[in-house]
Write a protein of this length. Structure first.
Length: 251
């Protein structure tokens, strides 16, 4: 699953390779053709925005919107370099002067009018981006307070409350802040929720810089690194996404 840190790294790589250039656009797979992305062929890519798990490619009055979900990915290759996946499975190929970016899979690839981005139902519902330079926990906490019976771990994955946190950093941030992800928001002080959000942001920014994920509790492959006790794992929320936590350290 691509979380916000992976998307921000992709944005940085894609921007270095393609922004400011006239882009050749093709869609070898019917899914990309169905999205009409070939209309972008020959346009200049003015910039790329990341918001949570979403990428927005600015082609003037048209914007290419991608969301990678569990399975999608953007690869960046030198022109003529061999791809790691078959050409026919590429939904979008963006070719610049020296590099090409290739998109495979994912739930969302579509064209939007630039004037619609601010009012698009899928994008306008997104909460503040956890990795945005101006991120502040207070508005997120205020929004979470609307549903006080909801558990913290479930709320952290709700992209309409805060955009960019996925299953890894849900578990890792709660562990770093020593907060039990199963506690309902009504039981948590603002400073506890803020500590979890700030931990998620710090961990994700570190992952953007290093390109690596290091896990304390995620996937429960080892004992708790603090108390050496057993890490618990259980599905949480409507989507039943597995949460990992140390009942001893996060009691
Ligand atoms: Zn522990």
């Amino acid at each position: 699953m691509a979380e916000g840190d992976t998307i921000l790294r992709a944005k940085n790589r894609l921007s270095d390779a393609l922004v400011g250039q006239s882009i050749g656009v093709s869609a070898p797979n019917p899914r990309g053709r169905a999205a009409g992305i070939e209309r972008l062929d020959g346009r200049t890519l003015a910039g790329i925005d990341a918001h949570g798990k979403h990428l927005l490619f600015d082609f003037g009055d048209l914007v290419l919107h991608s969301h990678l979900g569990m399975s999608g990915g953007w690869h960046v290759y030198g022109r003529g370099e061999r791809w790691r996946r078959p050409r026919t499975s590429a939904w979008a190929v963006l070719s610049g002067e020296r590099s090409e970016a290739v998109e495979f899979g994912g739930p969302t690839l579509r064209l939007l009018r630039a004037s619609r981005v601010a009012i698009d139902p899928q994008l306008a519902r997104l909460g503040p981006d956890i990795l945005a330079p101006e991120f502040e926990p207070a508005p997120v906490i205020a929004a979470m307070r609307a549903d006080p019976g909801r558990s913290l771990g479930d709320a952290l994955l709700d992209q309409t409350l805060v955009a960019g946190i996925g299953n890894i950093f849900k578990s890792e941030a709660c562990f770093a802040a020593r907060v039990d992800p199963w506690r309902p928001l009504a039981d948590l002080g603002d400073e506890e929720v803020a500590a979890v959000l700030e931990a998620a942001r710090a961990q994700m920014l570190a992952a953007v810089a290093s390109g690596r994920h290091t896990y304390a509790v995620y996937r429960a492959r080892r004992p708790c690194p603090v108390c050496r006790g057993r890490v618990s794992a259980r599905g949480q929320g409507d989507a039943n996404r597995t949460t990992y936590w140390c009942p001893n350290c996060q009691g």
